[in-house]
Every structure is written in structure tokens, then in C-alpha cells.
Design a protein around this ligand. Structure first.
Ligand code: XMP
Length: 514
């Protein structure tokens, strides 16, 4: 089924994906295309509206990215954001210069309440600015519909055509009525009716899987314990039921109780269509004596492929492999400089399964963002603890045991990690946490317990907030919670006598320690 869609032309903004997510939150399907997508191609796609993203370039720079001028003649409403606004104005005869006073951060803005863009925005609002260039003059065809103390053209509209532009960023939460503005554009200006909802996506995805798989054999699906592969499995179960086989590899590097939880959730649904492979010993044998983080990752990856390959080879009539590839992994993005170089990210959810496995791929989540996958999981009746599970790296606890991974050291970090997660789950700050876990360091230090000297391991608390894992900040966990975590770990985990807190953001640190 085809949906009403808004196309976003990506001019290199760090916020492009956020624009797409915000529009989808309004129930309107949006997709991101390269800035140089020809107008003729856009005409074929018949979007209800176009958004030109921001970007790091200046329109008056040589080689700055430009859209096909034909996009302004399609008769389709356009919303230019920041650089997108400047580009639109410049392309239609206006003038952009470097701003005398640059604007960054929250800025008071007065809007024209008669514009459909601002139908649900108060006349005085706060917007998020981040620009060094400014529209200095527009030819008579554009007029200002919002201004700030330093920017007379904070928002503009074309006199005859449905071309709108905003200098600020409505997609970021710091623009207090950004959501209402985007709603004003996609509903008020473009006339979208919000037909993108996960309940109808289920039926469409099921139909699409059936059409793709037909009668051509069995689909093998690797379950990882994460939400993406779980949702893929549930969709496939609905679509092709008896011809689904799920393989769950317990690599011995999972969190406390995790393998049991996955089996408890899926065994009742799948019966003997679920194969659980306990391969912990194989993985640990490959990790013996290894301390280098990259060697650890590679060995775990190779072992995973070997184990999975063996298991898949035992599945009669296997023809397809299901993967939980998400939309951010398939967007063709432009480089940060806005140049034409293309990066197509490929991503394999379950440990990086190579093409050599020789299966055709089924990727039913390719259109979705993570938050949509979670909503889909709810729709399909997946248990909340599986839906809201925090991200967990493929190499598992092995990259949270610095130094050699031994069964004893794994057990230390596994038990400390369980305490960290249990305590954080009870703290009011829990919803703000992206990941909170323990890392075991390869050092021992002196302590005292009772009257005895101890010489035991140190563990680190790593608690971060993040939107997507690309950048992160450490969470200011209340001292009382930190105290409880520290006391419980040192009391309950024999072998750890010291707990320290990681207060490094990303960058410069990464979230995981290896
Ligand atoms: P870093 O440590 O690079 O991690 O800041 C960013 C996010 O990615 C997760 N992560 C992984 N996820 N396979 C995964 O599926 C991996 O090998 C892997 N390594 C890191 C990490 O937990 C964080 O959320």
C-alpha cells in the first residue's frame, strides 16, 4: 500500500534523520533522499511535500550543494530549513550573506499567526538557531513571516507558490513549538492526513513478506535478544508461520538471565521452530588469552558466523535469511561537507552474517526507525522488557571485561551489571537513561572488609544518555542511588572491592570501554 509521503532532501545536516522522525511522529511517512535527486524522479514519487534540510555549507561557497531548481516548480509545497531556506531564497533570486551577528541556541522569535505554518504556534515563541549565514534580502516574491532581534527573515513564504522557509530548527526539542510548526506544514500546507500508523504497517509488512517469500522454502531468523530481531521474528511468524525457523545463539557472553528470558518469550510462541544453541564454551575457548579489544571482537564475530552457519545448514529447505536492518542503515547519505560522495552503510544485526551464507535476505524493518520498531513490537504483543531492553553490543559482556575474558571474570561483571540495572530501574531518572552498565577493569586494589585486607577487582559504572548512540553524555545519577549500587556490588559480588564512576561524555570517550 502506498502512503502519503514527505520527501526530505538531505543537504548534510546532522539533524536530517530527526526531521524524518518528527514527521513520522505526526503519522506521516517521510523518507530521506540525496539533495541532488532529479526533480523528474521526485515527480514520480508524488510526495505531498518536500523538506530541504539544513547543512554545513554556505550557499555562496564554490561547490555548495544545490538541489535541482526544478523542485521549486513541481507545484509541491517546500519547507526549507536553515541552509535549505537559504538555498531556496538564493535559487529564486534572493540574497544570502554571512550574518553580522551569528545566532546559536535558544532565541526569542515572533511569528505571523495568520500563516498556516504557525496555526498552532503562539505569536511569541522560542526557537533553536544554529547559523552563521542569514537571508539578507528577498526579492519581492518572498515575505517575512517570523523574525528575531537579529534576523528579519527568520521565516519566509513565497507570494504565489507554497514555498516556506525557516532559519531555525523546528525538528529539535529546544524549539518549543517545533512539532506544531511541522504539523502546520505537513497537515496545514501539504494536506497530509496521517495515514502512517504501526497497526496498518503490520498488515502491509505481512503482505509484503508473503509476496516476497511465496512458496519458496523456509526463512531462517537469528534471534539476538534485542528488539529488532524479536520484532522480525514475530512479523515472520504472522506472515509465514510454519516456514519460519529461529536460531538463538547463546554465546555465553549475555547478561544475567538473558538467554532464559529470550527462550521464555519465544518458546511458547515458536515451539520447536526455535533452536537454542548453547555455545558459551566454544566462544570462551576462542577468547582464552586474548586481551586486545579488536581481536576479541573479530574472534567473537567469526565464531558467531561459524555457529550460525552450522545451525542454518541443518534447516531443511532454508532459502531466506531474515535480518533486522533498520532505516538509518539504508539511507544513502551525503558527506558532512555536502559533497557528492556517497556512503551506504551496511549493517547486519545479528553479528554480521556474510553474504557467503548464500541466502536471499528478508528485511521487513528497512523502512523503520528504532522508535517505530518499538511501537511495532507493542502492536505485535512483544513483552515490554524485550521492547525496552537497553542496547547491548553484539560481542556482549566480553567488551566489558577489560583484559582476558575468563568464566570467573565474566561472572563478576555479569553480577555487578545485574545490580546496576536493577537499581537504575527503580530510580526516577530511569527513562532518561540510554545505557547503564558495569565494566570490569583489569586492575586490583587494596581494600578492607571486616578486619581483613582484600586485594580485589575494580568495576566502573557507566551510565549514559543518548539519542542514537552516536554522541552521549554521562547521567547525573543521584548520589543515593550510586551509594546503593556501590554498597550492593561490594557486598554481594565477592571479588569486587571498589566501584568507580565514569564521567566521560562521547566524544571523547565511547560508550563501551572496548
Ligand atoms: P560506542 O562504544 O561505539 O557504542 O560508543 C555506541 C553504541 O553501539 C553499541 N555497540 C554495539 N552494538 N554491536 C552492536 O550491535 C557491536 O559490536 C557494538 N559495539 C558497541 C554500544 O552498546 C552503544 O549503544
Amino acid at each position: 500500500m502506498s502512503h502519503e509521503r514527505i520527501v526530505i532532501l538531505d543537504l548534510g545536516s546532522q539533524y536530517t534523520q530527526l526531521i524524518a522522525r518528527r514527521i513520522r511522529e505526526l503519522g506521516v511517512y517521510s523518507e530521506i533522499l540525496r539533495f541532488d535527486t532529479p526533480a523528474a524522479r521526485l515527480r514520480e514519487l508524488a510526495p505531498k511535500g518536500l523538506v530541504l534540510s539544513g547543512g554545513p555549507a554556505s550557499v555562496y561557497e564554490h561547490g555548495a550543494p544545490r538541489v535541482d531548481p526544478g523542485v521549486f516548480d513541481l507545484g509541491v509545497p517546500v519547507l526549507g530549513i536553515c541552509y535549505g531556506l537559504q538555498l531556496m531564497v538564493e535559487a529564486t533570486g534572493g540574497k544570502v550573506t554571512a550574518a553580522v551577528a551569528r545566532e546559536y541556541g535558544r532565541t526569542a522569535c515572533r511569528v505571523d499567526p495568520t500563516s498556516p505554518l504557525f496555526a498552532a504556534v503562539p505569536q511569541d515563541t522560542t526557537v533553536w538557531m544554529s547559523h552563521g549565514d542569514v537571508v539578507q534580502a528577498v526579492d519581492g516574491r518572498f515575505r517575512a513571516i517570523a523574525s528575531t532581534s537579529t534576523t528579519p527573515f527568520a521565516a519566509v513564504v513565497h507570494a504565489e507558490r507554497p514555498l516556506y522557509g525557516v532559519q531555525f530548527h523546528p525538528e529539535v526539542v529546544h524549539s518549543t513549538h517545533g512539532r506544531q510548526l511541522l504539523a502546520g506544514f505537513v497537515r496545514g500546507v501539504c494536506g497530509c492526513t496521517s495515514d502512517w500508523v504501526m497497526s496498518s504497517f503490520v498488515d502491509e509488512a505481512v503482505a509484503a513478506i508473503r509476496a516476497r517469500v511465496g512458496e519458496r522454502g523456509v526463512v531462517v531468523c537469528g534471534l539476538s535478544g534485542g528488539v529488532d530481531s524479536a520484532v522480525v521474528a514475530l512479523l515472520l511468524d504472522r506472515a509465514i508461520g510454519p516456514r519460519l525457523r529461529c536460531i538463538f545463539v547463546d554465546n555465553g557472553l549475555l547478561r544475567l538471565g538473558e538467554a532464559q528470558e529470550v527462550e521464555a518469550a519465544f518458546r511458547p510462541r515458536l515451539g520447536d521452530r526455535l533452536q537454542v544453541i548453547h555455545a558459551g564454551e566454544r566462544f570462551l575457548a576462542r577468547l582464552a588469552g586474548v586481551t586486545d579489544p579488536e581481536v576479541k571482537r573479530k574472534r567473537i564475530g567469526h565464531e558467531f558466523v561459524a555457529v550460525f552457519k552450522d545451525a542454518a545448514a541443518g534447516v531443511a529447505d532454508a532459502h531466506f535469511l531474515a535480518q533486522g536492518t533498520l532505516y538509518p542503515d539504508v539511507i544513502e547519505s551525503v558527506s558532512a561537507t555536502g559533497g557528492p560522495s556517497v556512503t551506504i552503510k551496511t549493517h547486519h544485526n545479528v553479528g554480521g552474517l556474510p553474504a557467503e551464507l548464500g541466502f536471499e535476505l528478508v528485511e521487513p524493518l528497512r523502512q523503520l526507525f528504532k522508535d517505530e520498531v518499538r511501537r511495532l513490537g507493542e502492536e505485535l504483543g512483544l513483552e515490554p522488557h524485550l521492547i525496552w531492553r537497553q542496547p547491548f553490543p553484539g560481542p556482549g559482556l566480553a567488551v566489558r571485561v577489560l583484559g582476558e575474558v575468563t568464566p570467573a571474570r565474566l561472572e563478576l561483571v555479569r553480577r555487578a551489571d545485574a545490580i546496576v540495572r536493577e537499581e537504575l530501574a527503580q530510580d526516577p531518572i530511569h527513562p532518561t537513561i540510554w545505557q547503564g552498565f558495569a565494566v570490569l577493569l583489569p586492575i586490583q586494589s587494596v581494600g578492607v572488609m571486616g578486619d581483613a585486607r582484600t586485594y580485589e577487582s575494580t568495576c566502573v559504572l557507566r551510565v549514559v544518555e543518548s539519542q542514537d548512540g552516536m554522541t552521549a553524555d554521562w547521567v547525573r545519577v543521584p548520589h543515593e542511588t550510586l551509594a546503593r549500587i556501590s554498597t550492593r556490588i561490594t557486598n554481594e559480588v565477592r571479588g569486587i572491592n571498589r566501584v568507580v564512576l565514569d564521567i566521560t561524555s562521547k566524544p571523547p570517550g565511547t560508550i563501551e570501554w572496548e
